[in-house]
Design a protein around this ligand. Structure first.
Ligand SMILES: Cc1ncc(COP(=O)(O)O)c(C=O)c1O
Length: 364
């Protein structure tokens, strides 16, 4: 059988190996009592025979409040749809907006799933350059129907899009009629920097914001949200009805309880501290070699191209698994280096792996 290159996240890493590849959050610190309470509450309610494509009204209300508080996003429940996560939200947006051959902009390097989803929905994927600050608005072509972007923490280079670029980007979208799809996947985690306004907050008419519990709680929960102007939300709801597509009601009930009781906020506070310690360890050991460390769960370490592959191979012999920028490009790679994730390795392991890496980097 041909091995599936995308199945890495389904396989546990061998004992003694430290996994610094990005993508997985730390799921071991969840509050067991709160989790059980949420599921008991969900179990009190019989499953419904009505599955609204918008999601449970209570959860939409709670998510709107959470987004207003945590991200200063000016959204009411009428703007919020409950999804099964970012990939699902992207697929719904693409199904509602893309016609065969429509230009679909993606960051390059960027999130592979966005490219796959747009292509699967018939879009013509157009790579859009990013640098260490994020997507470069001046380089965006006309004629895109949608543009996917990660302004809070560019995936994988880690930039936070500065305000003037945010404004230029929205100016471009207004001028060309494109819809901006803002992936806010790890915006809850930010270190030593002031928050920047979400694109959605700057121009709610031009932007769809996608959020997820995959980073803040666990990918396995399968809940996210999509925030959009009501007209677009209704269009997306029509797509969901057509496809008989829904988000599990009992799961939405359990998540509602986690939000309503403040359990999710408490979990986020705890994880922010934990991730901040790991990020501090990386900065401590690798210093100014790294970029993109002000948010999220990964950093970028640029390197001359010929050094990358040998370094990954040598690190593996020392029990450290590394990811590179290569697979995140749409075409031939133009950014070279390592993408270091600290979601799934403990603090001592992060420090140990970075110390090994630092020694390897110091070798000629
Ligand atoms: C850029 C980016 N967006 C979103 C997600 C989460 O996606 P989902 O909510 O579909 O699990 C990830 C997960 O690794 C990601 O890397």
């Amino acid at each position: 059988m041909v091995p599936d290159p995308y199945s890495a996240s389904e396989t546990p890493v061998p004992a003694g190996t430290i996994d610094l590849r990005p993508g997985r959050p730390w799921v071991r610190y969840y509050d067991v009592a709160a989790w059980r309470r949420a599921w008991r509450a969900a179990g009190e309610r019989p499953p419904s025979d009505l599955a609204s494509p918008y999601g449970l009204p209570r959860l939409r209300e709670l998510l709107a409040e959470h987004l207003r508080r945590a991200r200063a996003v000016p959204a009411g429940p009428e703007n919020v749809m409950v999804t099964r996560g970012t990939a699902h939200g992207l697929d719904l947006v693409a199904a509602a907006l893309l016609r065969p051959g429509d230009g679909a902009g993606v960051e390059d390097p960027g999130y592979r799933v966005a490219r796959e989803v747009f292509a699967a929905r018939g879009g013509r994927v157009v790579p859009c350059r990013v640098d260490e600050q994020g997507v470069i608005p001046a380089g965006l072509p006309d004629g895109l129907r949608v543009l996917y972007t990660t302004p809070a923490h560019q995936y994988p280079l880690g930039g936070r899009l500065p305000i003037p670029r945010r404004e230029m980007l929205l100016g471009w979208a207004r001028r060309t009629g494109a819809t901006v799809v803002e992936d806010d996947y790890d915006a809850e985690f930010r270190y030593d920097v002031a928050p920047l306004p979400a694109l959605y907050g700057l121009d709610p008419g031009r932007v769809v914001l996608l959020g997820t519990l995959s980073k803040s709680l666990a990918p396995d929960v399968g809940v996210g949200w999509l925030v959009a102007p009501p007209d677009l939300l209704h269009e997306i709801a029509r797509v969901r009805r057509r496809l008989n597509d829904r988000t599990s009601g009992p799961v939405q009930e359990a998540v509602s309880t986690l939000l309503a009781r403040g359990d999710l906020d408490r979990h986020l506070r705890r994880m922010r501290l934990e991730y901040a310690r790991r990020r501090a360890a990386i900065v401590d050991v690798l210093g100014d070699r790294i970029r993109g460390d002000s948010a999220g769960l990964h950093v970028y370490l640029p390197l001359p191209e010929p050094r990358v592959a040998p370094l990954v191979a040598t690190a593996a012999t020392h029990g450290v698994l590394l990811d590179t920028t290569t697979r995140h490009h749409h075409g031939p790679p133009h950014e070279h280096g390592l993408v270091l994730g600290y979601g799934s390795a403990s603090l001592p392991d992060v420090r140990k792996a970075c110390t090994i890496l630092s020694t390897l980097l110091d070798r000629p």
